[in-house]
Design a protein around this ligand. Sequence first.
Ligand code: AMP
Ligand code: ZN
Length: 115
Amino acid sequence: MSHDPSCIFCKIVAGQIPAKKVHEDDQVLVFHDIHPWAPVHILLIPKIHIASMADLQPEHAALMGHMSTLVPRLMRELGVNNGFRTVINTGADGGQEVYHLHMHAMGGPRPWLKG
Ligand code: AMP
Ligand code: ZN
């Protein structure tokens, strides 16, 4: 399924609920996390609905490569110049709360709320 109507991040992709967008292209949407742990905390999501990293298939390699290589560029553009942390929570034991694959990217001066 490329779109799950009950998924909150699919609703953001569809423009049905608002988000503070940082970047959008044909494959990926990037927006600020609503509860940031760090001065800069963004989420990178594929536009297609992939529930979690556990569901990745070989055909998603280019998408994941694109998402990963976007991070340093976007963090630089957001003024993060002293390093950052990327996190993908997967499944129950991985602490995943939203079941639409997303990569957290956090940066900015410490201390941070979490992470
Ligand atoms: P995870 O625990 O990795 O599934 O993280 C889900 C993240 O999504 C959390 O950091 C939430 O703060 C964030 N989040 C949930 N709903 C929204 C939303 N509507 N807009 C932006 N971020 C959200
Ligand atoms: Zn979704």
